[in-house]
Ligand binder design. Structure first.
Ligand code: SF4
Length: 60
């Protein structure tokens, strides 16, 4: 999973779907909490990818 940081607006929609993977810090920057995703996390990540309003996330 990759983040195109030039597209990310830091509003944290992804955090709502996968809070153990994504976190928006106090500066509004997206932090990835893990690179090794479990099957359960992948489900949330796929939902986050679909829901991200700026298409900043991809499965690649
Ligand atoms: S939902 Fe998309 S734009 Fe919003 S913080 Fe997450 S990656 Fe960035």
């Amino acid at each position: 999973m990759t983040v195109d940081r030039s597209r990310c607006n830091g509003l944290g929609v992804c955090e709502a779907f996968a809070p153990d993977v994504f976190e928006v810090d106090d500066n509004g920057d997206l932090v990835l909490l893990t690179e090794q995703l479990t099957d359960a996390q992948l489900e949330g990540v796929d939902q986050a990818i679909a829901a991200c309003p700026t298409e900043a996330l991809s499965r690649a």
